[in-house]
Every structure is written in C-alpha cells, then in structure tokens.
Write a protein that binds this ligand. Sequence first.
Ligand SMILES: NC(=O)c1ccc[n+]([C@@H]2O[C@H](COP(=O)([O-])OP(=O)(O)OC[C@H]3O[C@@H](n4cnc5c(N)ncnc54)[C@H](OP(=O)(O)O)[C@@H]3O)[C@@H](O)[C@H]2O)c1
Length: 335
Amino acid sequence: MALTDILPGTLGFGTAPLGNMFRDIPDDEARATVEAAWDDGIRYFDTAPLYGAGLAELRLGEALAERPRADYVISTKVGRLILDEKEDVSARDQGEKGGLFAHGRDNRVVNDYSYDATLRSIEDSLERLKTDRIDIAWVHDVAQDFYGDSWLEKFESARTGAFRALDRLRDEGTIKGWGLGVNRVEAIELLLDLDEPKPNGCLLAGRYTLLDHDRALQRLMPQAAEQGVGIVVGGPYSSGALVGGPNFEYAPAPQAILDKVARIKAIADRHGVSMKAAGLQFSLANPAVAAVIPGASRPSRIAEDRAALEETVPAAFWRDLRDAKLVHPEAPLPD
Ligand SMILES: NC(=O)c1ccc[n+]([C@@H]2O[C@H](COP(=O)([O-])OP(=O)(O)OC[C@H]3O[C@@H](n4cnc5c(N)ncnc54)[C@H](OP(=O)(O)O)[C@@H]3O)[C@@H](O)[C@H]2O)c1
C-alpha cells in the first residue's frame, strides 16, 4: 500500500518534544498539545519508544485513548527496547546526539534490531499507546549519527531482523506499512538499493528541509519517487531554528545556521511570508514527499502549522530564494 493511501493528509504531528526532549513539559501541557492537534483535524501522529524512554508514547496514548481508533493513524518505531530497569540518562550512548531526552524517563534503553526484539518492541508500544494496533513501524536510527562507523553492522542486523519481522507483520495485515525512520540519507539509499524487502515509505528527518536538502535531492528523492516509496519529512524546522527556536538538529544552533535563517527571513519578510509556510511548503513541493510532521510541545504551535500550510506564498518569494542561492537550483518549488 502506498504511504499516501495510509496517511490521512499531508500534515501530521511529531511527538519527539513530548518525550521532554528539551525541557520538562508538564503532563497537562503535553496533553493539551495533542488535543490541539486533534481539534485542528490532524489525524496522523508519529512517536517512538526512544522519545523520553516511553514518555511520548504514554502521553500520546493517554491523550488519544477516548478517540475512535479508526479515526487516526499512528506510526511508532522499532530498534529500541525500553526496560523497567533504570539507568543514568546522561551515560546513554547516543552517538552525536548525546544528552537527548535528558528530561525524559530514566528507564534503560537497549538498542536491538533483531527479529524478536522488533516483535517485542511493537507489543510494548501497543501497551504504552493503549491501543491494539499501530499503522506504520519505522526502523529507528540505523544510521551513522547514532552508531558512527558501526552503523552498517546495525543496518545488517536490521536487514536480517527488523525488516523481516515487519515484512511478515505487513503480509499478515497487522501493520499497514513500514520503512526507516532516520536522520541520514545514506541509510534510506541503502534500503532502496536492496531488491527485497520493499518498504512502503520512510521517515527522513532534517534532510529535506529548507535548511538542508542538497544531498537528498540528488539521488534519494528521485529514487523514492520512482519506487513509489513515500517520504515523511520529520524535523521540517530543523528542531526549531528555522522558525525562531534556539535549537538546530537537537543542539543550540550555530552562528552559521542563524545567519542563513536570517537571510531567508529577510526575503520572507519582504514578501510577507511566514517562515513556517516557507519551511513546510518547500518540503511538500518535492513529489516524493507524502507528509510533513512538525513537532511541538505547546498547543499554540498547531494553529501556526496549519496556517502555514494554507498560506498563499507568492512565486516571487521562491524565485528570490533561488536567486540568492538559498535553495538548490534544482529543488522543486511550490507552484
Ligand atoms: N529518526 C527519526 O525517525 C526522527 C528524527 C527526528 C524527528 N522525527 C520526527 O519528526 C518530528 C518533528 O521533528 P522535531 O520535533 O525534532 O523538530 P521540528 O519539527 O523541526 O521542530 C520542532 C521544534 O520547533 C519548535 N517551534 C515550533 N514553532 C515554533 C515557533 N513559532 N517559535 C519557536 N520555536 C518553534 C518547537 O518548539 P516547542 O517545543 O517549544 O513547541 C519544537 O521544539 C519529531 O517530533 C518526530 O516525530 C523522527
């Protein structure tokens, strides 16, 4: 099944911030954020065991518990088991992303992409999410940013484990689709190069955004479009830096990024365009992209995201961005 047939629309909601990614979010604020998404009409929610070591899944499950299950789509991830045992959160090995979810739960996180761990991971997610099924499973972070040079070993373990388990679950109708959920282009390129198995789509975070799209544009996006593998764009604001937040790629934004954002914003301001509209509409203009899933931990963000999707952006804005070399010359731009 094509990803576009599984997803209920082009705007979803990403729950990484609800795992207390950057701050300790009160439960009622987290719940109000999911409710704002629901009230806005958003019916696709992405989550993962890693987000706060189960916290985001628990919060999402709680907030959606009274909603009719047939009315919404959930994707979660496999590759990390969350144990009851506690650990020192600051000692977790998370590659380049050390310190992520420092405010989340302190349950032990075990990286495991084997067949059995995949099945167990899904069972555990169902429990935390208070549901009897998930729609999409992404194999989480089998990539260099988390595993350095040994990422190919992890990928191989996923190929012989998680991919087979998810393929079986899809054949049996337990899930509707699967793919990778990663921050790196290379892992998806490797998956698409395999003859078998074939994913329905992939979640690519931070690599097809206004701030960073050159590499994905070259090979991955055309290959995905050709194979009918839809791309869900995670991190469309690059962790918030694009839209005035302090973080870029899960860390305080470096000056070069702030400068680039300022250059884009100067052009946006001239045309009366919001940075959110520029970011979301840029990602969605690529034919391989099935949906964007901005994250948020405050209810007020949701209305901004919806308005950004519906904003009319003049063609002259995109032309000016291209002329200023702030987007790749071959990147598809909205009509
Ligand atoms: N490997 C993977 O599979 C992977 C990796 C990354 C992301 N993802 C998925 O993609 C989703 C989105 O990514 P993301 O949440 O990391 O990043 P994002 O969507 O690029 O940015 C989210 C951040 O932007 C901030 N923001 C939104 N509106 C703002 C405004 N008006 N002013 C200032 N800041 C604003 C939010 O702050 P507040 O928290 O204050 O609202 C939030 O922290 C994730 O939640 C996750 O579901 C998946």
